[in-house]
Ligand binder design. Structure first.
Ligand code: G3H
Ligand code: 13P
Ligand code: ZN
Length: 309
């Protein structure tokens, strides 16, 4: 049991057609819910921390909570920085003991993205830390772009191959139609599987990462709305599409929004059903159980749907 890098997990997942879940963490209950599910399902696990999570929980807390989770469960866990926007935050996380960092230079032109990624790879690899980069942009419907413009920002397969060669990055996040948050599609959900297949063919040994992979399960949106929430028109990536992506080289699947919805639905329901409760443990306990159930569902039905792990 230890903090580990994701490399072995990815190589095994690539060979056996399943994916490793990368779940965003912000506090103790979220971490406990996720690790309890991973233990129950005997699944490999990445816990990822965004810049926002670092700011909210303060850096030392999340590292120590993840170390505590390892002690408590006996699991090997990857501690990953999600969307590091510059060299400094990546360096800080490497220095803090993270075993994996994402440098997100996707907003820059190709050359600048390569330069930033190389700088992070050099530092991280010298410290035994794995690096994920991103090429292509994840435009959401909130970005107000047309379907044509949206696909213009998808990852170019030849550029992806060139990018991996130039940077020696360990895994690559690609844009094929997903986006962050609860509003991913206006009309029918669409992912560019042909593009994904070409990328996977050109760089078959590079683990591909799917950001924005939450499904925004309607029952959780409805629960939130029934108990006083206001989340109209939310739509995510159907689970069938994630299962399909996993067959074509995607072996890290990023999930945050589905955890947020599960937790919030449970807290809203609990406080409505039990207006007399004011002990936070009374609603954070069930919220932790809701996270665990969501993560178990993802591992069983989406990430390891092939049953090959
Ligand atoms: O990629 C975004 C993740 O959902 C993290 O979100 O930046 O609000 O923590 P956050
Ligand atoms: P979702 O918003 O779809 O959960 O995506 C999370 C993510 O990509 C974190 O990097
Ligand atoms: Zn992301």
């Amino acid at each position: 049991m230890a903090l580990v890098t994701p490399d072995k997990m990815f190589q095994k997942a690539l060979k056996e057609d399943y994916a490793v879940g990368a779940f965003n963490v912000n506090n103790m209950e979220i971490i406990q819910g996720i690790v309890d599910a991973a233990k129950e399902e005997n699944a490999p696990l990445i816990l990822q921390v965004s810049a926002g999570a670092r700011k909210y929980a303060r850096p030392a807390y999340l590292v120590k909570l993840v170390e505590a989770a390892i002690l408590d469960t006996g699991l090997d866990i990857v501690l990953h920085l999600d969307h590091g926007e510059d060299f400094e935050i990546c360096k800080k996380c490497v220095d803090d003991g993270f075993t994996s960092v994402m440098v997100d230079g996707s907003k820059y032109p190709f050359k600048e993205n390569v330069a930033l990624t190389k700088e992070v790879v050099e530092y991280a690899h010298a410290h035994g830390v794995s690096v994920e980069a991103e090429l292509g942009r994840l435009a959401g419907i909130e970005d107000n772009v047309s379907v044509d413009k949206r696909s213009a920002s998808f990852t170019d397969p030849d550029e992806a191959a060139e990018f991996v060669k130039l940077t020696a990055v360990d895994s690559l996040a690609i844009a094929i139609g997903t986006s962050h948050g609860a509003y991913k599609f206006k009309g029918d959900p669409y992912l560019d599987f042909e593009r994904l297949k070409i990328i996977n063919k050109l760089i078959p040994d590079t683990p591909l990462v799917l950001h924005g992979a939450s499904t925004v399960l309607p029952e959780f949106v409805s629960l939130c709305n029934r108990y006083g929430g206001d989340i109209p028109g939310a739509k995510g990536v159907p689970e069938e599409m994630i299962r399909e992506a996993v067959k074509h080289g995607v072996c890290k699947v990023n999930i945050d929004t589905d955890l947020r919805l599960a937790m919030t639905a449970e807290i809203r329901k609990h406080l409505t059903d039990h207006p007399e409760d004011f002990d936070p443990r009374k609603y954070l306990g069930p919220a932790r159980d809701a996270i665990q159930a969501m993560v178990s569902h993802k591992i069983r039905n989406v990430l390891n749907a092939s049953g090959k792990r």
